[in-house]
Design a protein around this ligand. Structure first.
Ligand SMILES: [Zn+2]
Length: 517
């Protein structure tokens, strides 16, 4: 018995102590002492509802839910911030809790502007001069180990993603720079991370492939171009305003392809360029770009181009397959708001409302999760693609490291591929207008959930969790419903704007029975 008592006592004491400690609860900064290179940061957390909070003897604002977010303009060096919470308990006794935070502004801190002039982030490509690399005596035969390995314009993770190479793609590496191999292309530089490559042996001759067979065909949803090669060689897809290009490196015989191209009734595919064994094909997309992708099926390179979907003028969402991704989940909480509600909960609530809103308008919605569970990041776009979604919307709520969350907050929508920008703009616009939130920009950014070229993919940051006003909204079911409606409205406007000039009367559209609508 004695042993048990001894064990229990610390547990009881610590649970009491924890309750006490919970009363003055600081969520940001996440470390103490805290170091920053910013001129501005903040202390965010919660106190008892109705409590008073002093920070270095000055009263700090406490929201009705107990949240606080106090902005600090920092001077060089370390400073102490003493937080004192005071409230009356049920017996009318005054309870005081104290915490001291040490925050150090590091020398050389750059000023972060709280209100950018234009919050939009345009596409910008990192194009530094190529580094001086070590050229191998002879090029080496190698192949890709990791499926979807990025091939970049520059040997750094900042280098532009030129392509994602499937596993077993054969690459000839001609040199190295730090942790990167340079792929032989006879054209633009292409680099792969060494861990993604298995190098086998030096080559005496060039390694070039013949196109053994080519096919152009289509089904209900896609147009296809297939080319069977001797071995899978590197390729890239490029998107322009009205067309898509496929470049294949190391091709020396295109006779079979030429035969097939000649047989086309409409010139869907044309050769844009063929020199130095680099082949570039082009396909026009008069009806807009609705998604495209390419991969190897053994030695056959398969390019899929999504066809224009049926868009009803009065109800553009009807029949559309839309993937909704509730960000994070399970062990991954995302960012945590001032009263400890995690982002994953907010994301799921808004995503479920969005599902209901889209289904109400006739969409076929694919959810990446409907409960609080772990979903691996790369399986999310795969769920969308496997279900043939036309659009993918990932729902998040924003965090902030340093800066001023009382000034910098609001809606931002992220895109990566050019054909997704218009969708991002439309969703952001209707959210800003309908929800009366600050416009935090349509932003170009490379995320797992914005990178797919199919479906059309955007990521919505509905609001900022550290901003107590926005946090109150984000955690409010009424606002969550309104946010879902605003996203659906933006999507609808996008589809209307993307609609073909020829308007199809709903009653006259023949829908084969095997298509689920
Ligand atoms: Zn997130």
């Amino acid at each position: 018995m004695k042993i048990i008592k001894n064990l229990l006592l610390p547990i009881i004491l610590s649970s009491l102590f924890c309750q006490q400690a919970n009363a003055l609860d600081v969520l940001f900064p996440q470390s103490n002492p805290y170091k920053t290179w910013s001129h501005t940061t903040y202390i965010m957390g919660n106190v008892q509802k109705g409590a008073e909070l002093l920070i270095n003897d000055e009263p700090a604002k406490v929201w009705n839910n107990g949240a606080f977010c106090h902005i600090l303009n920092l001077e060089d060096g370390e400073k102490e911030y003493k937080l004192v919470e005071t409230y009356k308990d049920e017996n009318d006794n005054t309870v005081t809790n104290e915490k001291i935070f040490k925050i150090k502004k590091m020398p050389g801190a750059k000023k972060i502007t709280a209100k950018p002039v234009s919050p939009d982030v345009p596409k910008k490509i990192y194009k530094p001069q190529q580094p001086t690399f070590t050229q191998f005596e002879k090029p080496k035969f190698a192949y890709i180990l990791t499926d979807g390995a990025p091939a970049r314009s520059y040997p750094s993770t900042n280098g532009e993603r030129i392509s994602h190479l499937p596993q077993k793609t054969v690459v000839i590496v001609e040199g190295e720079y730090k942790n990167w191999y340079k792929i032989q292309t006879n054209s633009e530089p292409l680099w792969v991370y060494k861990n993604n490559v298995k190098v086998l042996y030096p080559l005496d001759n060039d390694l070039l492939v013949t196109i053994r067979r080519a096919d152009i065909f289509q089904d209900e949803d896609f147009s296809y171009l297939q080319m069977t090669l001797d071995i899978p060689v590197p390729y890239k897809l490029t998107e322009n305003k009205d067309d898509i290009e496929l470049t294949v490196w190391g091709v020396y015989d295109i006779a079979e392809l030429n035969k097939v191209l000649k047989k086309q009734k409409r010139q869907t595919w044309t050769i844009k360029n063929y020199e130095n064994n680099v082949l570039t094909l082009k396909t026009t997309c008069e009806e807009g770009i609705w998604g495209y992708d390419a991969t190897y099926d053994n030695y056959t390179l398969v390019l899929k181009k999504k066809k224009y979907p049926i868009i009803y003028p009065n109800n553009p969402i009807k029949g559309m397959t839309i993937a909704v991704d509730a960000g994070h989940g399970g062990r991954e909480a995302g960012t945590v708001g001032p009263t400890r509600i995690p982002e994953k909960t907010v994301n799921l609530a808004i995503s479920k409302q969005l599902q209901a809103e889209l289904e109400k308008r006739g969409a076929n919605v694919v959810m990446t999760r409907t409960t609080d569970k772990d979903v691996e990041i790369y399986s999310r776009p795969k769920i969308a693609n496997d279900n043939n979604a036309v659009i993918s919307i990932s729902i998040h709520a924003n965090s902030m490291v340093d800066g001023n969350p009382l000034e910098r907050h609001g809606v931002s929508v992220f895109w990566y591929n050019d054909h997704a920008k218009n969708l991002a703009d439309n969703i952001k616009k209707s959210m800003v207008e309908e929800l009366k939130l600050r416009n935090d920009g349509t932003r170009y950014s490379s995320f797992v959930l914005t990178r797919p070229t199919m479906p059309i993919s955007v990521l919505v940051e509905v609001g900022y969790m550290p901003n107590p006003d926005e946090y109150l909204k984000l955690t409010n079911p009424k606002f969550q419903r309104q946010a879902a409606k605003a996203i659906a409205d933006g999507l609808e406007k996008y589809l209307k704007s993307a609609q073909k000039q020829i308007v199809i009367e709903e009653s006259k559209v023949f829908i084969p029975t095997f298509i689920k609508r």
